[in-house]
Design a binder for this molecule. Structure first.
Ligand code: GDP
Ligand code: IMO
Ligand code: MG
Length: 386
């Protein structure tokens, strides 16, 4: 059985940790979307690593970066160096599709320039060049990894791209080729045998088509993209939807259950809610059941995994958004008024108050929560009884 792990909120739900846990029962871990804007925190034993581009697998997995992934060669090489200290054979197990789109310094500069142009309406991107890489590709002037095999051809393509900026095309191509040398022998499509875990990125609400556009990322986050973005087929798979016991969002855009002021700061502090990619403070709020219901339906999840419930241990009361004041689409979440009900807090995850909280979530979503994660490391998770 193959698996697809996705985030059901605005990203940072703890997907990396869940992928690592599930990686034990899969042969391949495959990335199929986004790029170094993702930051998936994984503990390899005691060593913490934030995976931006490398799939969050462990010692036994083959890793594939599928064509839907945007690759920043410098980030990729530095991540390979870091993880080689833990898994010296990592490179032999890693394959990168030649069709991956390449992020150049030109797109990173464009990302900042577009954000500045938008002023107050800026998205608060990660600045990793994601949007411009997708749009340059759509305009058929982007760079793909296979372009780097032919130096002259690459130089021509980069020269065209550089016309949109003050960049010197030659230095950009030289720098790209220098980085490319280090992973050239890993560029290949794959012939997969065994079971595959597709590692999703961001969350449903950041999907460009199904999320809170225009406050979204630029590549799909929904499970069906796993196949398009990897080129792999799957006859049998299950979708794992990961969500926090509360909610967070980095960057601008609607967030109906956001908690402001001291209470919001307290949640951020408890959950150490600072971006794994940019270090920005994450906006924090209560769990939003209408939002989660929408995201679970859109992604047709088979399994729900709740993370970070431990972060709320010891709170006197916990907020739960049970309704909005009107029927909405994700596009007009901005003006919605959430109904927040407060339930009794719990001492620990064995308390009956915590079971009551989980039951409220399950009743609203009409789906079972299969796993509860209660800490950052791989073992800190339990399967619910019954
Ligand atoms: P991802 O992008 O979805 O992989 O999530 P991030 O790594 O950006 O953010 C999740 C953060 O929460 C990381 O620091 C994880 O180590 C941590 N984490 C994951 N699951 C749990 C959990 O159940 N409890 C606690 N306390 N921390 C968790
Ligand atoms: P993981 O996979 C949380 C957000 C940015 C911004 C918007 C667009 O770790 O959950 P982009 O740089 O993609 O053009 O920014 O999307 N964003 C994320 N937020 N987790 C992520 O990834 C994110 N990747 C992008 O903050 O609001
Ligand atoms: Mg993250």
């Amino acid at each position: 059985m193959n698996s697809i792990v996705i985030g059901l909120q605005w990203g940072d739900e703890g997907k990396g940790k869940i992928v690592q846990k599930l990686s034990r029962s899969h042969d391949w871990i495959v990335r199929f979307s986004s790029g170094p804007n993702a930051g998936h925190t994984v503990y390899h034993g005691d060593t913490k690593m934030v995976h931006h581009l490398l799939p969050s697998g462990t010692e036994k997995n083959f890793l594939f970066i599928g064509r839907g992934t945007l690759v920043d060669l410098e980030t990729l090489n530095s991540e390979i160096n870091e993880i080689s200290k833990i898994y010296p054979d990592i490179k032999e197990r890693l394959f990168i599709s030649p069709y991956c789109r390449v992020i150049t310094p030109i797109e990173k500069w464009q990302d900042g320039a577009i954000e500045r142009m938008k002023g107050k309406k800026s998205v608060g991107t990660t600045g990793r060049g994601i949007g411009p890489t997708v749009s340059n590709d759509a305009n058929r002037i982007g760079i793909r990894l296979f372009d780097l095999f032919d130096e002259e051809h690459l130089k021509e393509k980069v020269a065209l791209l550089a016309k949109m900026s003050d960049f010197d095309g030659k230095s950009v191509s030289d720098a790209l080729l220098e980085q490319f040398k280090k992973i050239k022998d890993r560029i290949s499509e794959v012939n997969v045998k065994g079971s595959v875990l597709f590692e999703g990125t961001q969350g449903i609400m950041l999907d460009p088509m199904y999320g809170t556009y225009p406050y979204v990322t630029s590549t799909p986050t929904i499970p069906s993209f796993a196949f398009y973005g990897s080129g792999l087929k799957s006859e049998n798979h299950e979708v794992w939807g990961v969500f926090k016991a509360y909610a967070t969002r980095v960057g601008a855009g609607p967030f109906p259950t956001e908690v402001f002021g001291e209470a919001g700061d307290a949640l951020r502090k408890r959950g150490s809610e600072f971006g794994a990619t940019t270090g920005r403070p994450r906006r924090c709020g209560w769990i939003d059941l209408p939002q989660l219901e929408y995201a679970s339906d859109v992604s047709d999840v088979d399994h729900l995994v709740m993370t970070k419930a431990d972060v709320l241990n010891g709170l006197e009361k916990v907020g739960v958004c049970t309704a909005y004041d009107k029927e909405i689409t994700p596009y007009d979440l901005e003006n919605v008024k959430p109904t927040i009900e407060y339930v009794k807090g719990w001492k620990d995850l064995e308390s009956s108050e915590f079971s009551d909280f989980v039951s409220i979530v399950e009743r609203h979503l009409g789906r079972r929560v299969d796993y509860i994660s209660y800490g950052p490391s791989e073992g800190e998770i339990f399967q619910r009884k019954g």
